[in-house]
Design a protein around this ligand. Structure first.
Ligand code: FRU
Length: 478
């Protein structure tokens, strides 16, 4: 183990031992993973081993505006309460010194194998697309169930990637298929097209380039980040986060996208054949770089960064932290579609249930309060429906257009409108957590996720409309 690495970990631990979040902070989240201080981005290394969940994450502990990336580490026994396990990986080697970038975990025979991208930028005049940058693929291991990660080793040196690729190759994810290990990586080729590369190995150490796993695809941007691949309900799923797609009607409105293809794997050639088009995973303002893992019950769980790089809206930095994770979502494939549902363990937070009937003929008006709340609306019949959350965040549905629209005023800090086309509306499940809102639509068919910064004294949650059904409100308490 690098002694510098050990010392920095200890110093960070000592610093955090006396750290207390500012209790005046109106935006600190109650039931979401967020950095204790500093900046957070992608989920990394998510796994469950011997009952314990691990969530590592892209972390700049000393700079809420972002900077040098470490891996932070949280553990949990229930996916709802998390313990801060400190710094897991530090940028302390010549091959990762400008950032321990994103990666994943793969457990076998009691050993957790981590693969991540070591980012290095060379001094001088470079465009950093074709020169001056290294993105090494690094392997490290944990022999103590994820609490310490050691034995970093470069398994693919940046200069050994095939020449058709640019210097942007990162975010490895591993899977074992028919006794062979496969690694996918997000990539940008020299024609400025995004794609997923595939490597294979017999021992997790020696990796050979196998070819593209999928892509490039017309109209799908210049770079694909954070790929993920798994089988679910007898379908192959490929998740990617493309950069450089053009908006198309209501679709692809954010600066970068995250979405999935359903398909099949050609097991002989190990390539992906999509049987669907590209679906966005979320239709809100703040969702990027998702990562999934299979839990010990065989469920597929997904976290994403509840944020975006290079977005032109902002987040206040007054309390020296920025960004958070989404709620963990349970994924299933049903009727040729990926369904995303909030992890059921979050139901344990429900308190003070308040359930009311909505009658179409009377016109509904229901009023609740809460900065940390869940609102579940089940709909039998609807003409129109509008939910106002705290000050000026509104969710509205019109059955003539069948569009659900999310609108933010000042609370959006630059976030204004996103909308999604539905075939019908039969359920809305909203999670409100001080400065975040996640809306699960029709029991997980679609999701809209956004950060919001309402006025501290504004607590109301209001539902109006011509709608028949029920609305249930809970305050959520840990
Ligand atoms: C996605 C991403 C990854 C990279 C990491 C760096 O948000 O750009 O591609 O590994 O963040 O923090």
């Amino acid at each position: 183990m690098n002694p510098l690495h050990d010392e920095m970990k200890q110093r960070y631990k000592a610093m955090m031992a006396s750290f207390e979040a500012n209790d005046q902070d109106p935006y600190r989240l109650h039931f979401h993973v967020m950095p204790p201080t500093g900046w957070l981005n992608d989920p990394n290394g998510a796994c469950q081993v011997d009952g314990l969940y691990h969530l590592y994450y892209q972390y700049s502990p000393y700079d809420a505006a972002g900077g040098l990336k470490y891996w932070g580490h949280y553990t949990s026994t229930d996916l709802v309460h998390f313990d801060d396990a400190g710094l897991a990986l530090l940028p302390d080697q010549p091959y990762d010194l400008h950032g321990v970038y994103s990666g994943s975990a793969f457990e076998e025979d009691g050993v957790i194998h981590y693969f991540y991208t070591g980012n290095v930028k060379h001094l001088g005049d470079h465009d950093y697309i074709t020169s001056g940058r290294e993105q090494n693929t690094i392997h490290a291991v944990s022999y103590d169930g994820g609490m310490t990660i050691q034995n970093k080793e470069v398994v693919i040196d940046s200069k050994d990637y095939p020449a058709v690729f640019s210097n942007h190759i990162r975010d490895p994810k591993i899977r074992k298929i028919n006794g062979m290990y496969y690694m996918i990586l997000g990539a940008r080729n020299r024609h400025d097209e995004g794609l997923v590369m595939l490597y294979k190995s017999v021992n997790l150490k020696d990796w050979d380039y196998h070819g593209p796993y999928f892509g490039p695809e017309v109209g799908m941007g210049y770079m694909w980040e954070c790929p993920d691949f798994f089988e679910l309900n007898n379908k192959e799923v490929l998740i990617v986060s493309p950069q450089g797609m053009e908006p198309d009607g209501l679709l692809y409105q954010n600066v970068y996208q995250s979405g999935y293809y359903l398909g099949e794997m050609d097991e002989e050639h190990v390539t992906f054949k999509p049987t669907s088009h590209f679906y966005e995973l979320d239709h809100g303002f703040d969702f990027y770089a998702p990562q999934t893992f299979e839990d010990e019950q065989g469920r597929r769980i997904m976290w994403a960064w509840m944020g975006l790089p290079d977005a032109d809206y902002d987040n206040p930095l007054d309390y020296d932290w920025q960004h958070a994770m989404t709620l963990p979502r349970v994924l299933t494939v049903e009727n040729h579609q990926l369904m995303q549902r909030p992890h059921p363990n979050y139901q344990t937070l429900r308190h003070n249930e308040d359930r009311r009937q909505l009658q179409l003929s009377e016109g509904a008006y229901e009023y609740f309060t809460g900065k940390v709340a869940e609102l579940l609306v089940t709909i039998e019949q609807v003409k129109d429906l509008s939910i106002t959350i705290r000050s000026d965040v509104t969710l509205s549905y019109d059955d003539d257009t069948k569009q659900l629209t999310l609108t933010l005023g000042d609370a959006g800090r630059g976030r204004q409108t996103r909308a999604v086309d539905l075939t019908a509306l039969n359920q809305l499940q909203c999670f409100v957590d001080h400065s975040s809102l996640e809306v699960f639509i029709n029991d997980g068919e679609q999701v809209m996720t956004t950060r919001m910064y309402p006025k501290a004294d504004e607590e109301k949650l209001e539902l109006t409309g011509d709608v028949k059904g029920t609305v249930t409100h809970w305050s959520l308490q840990k």
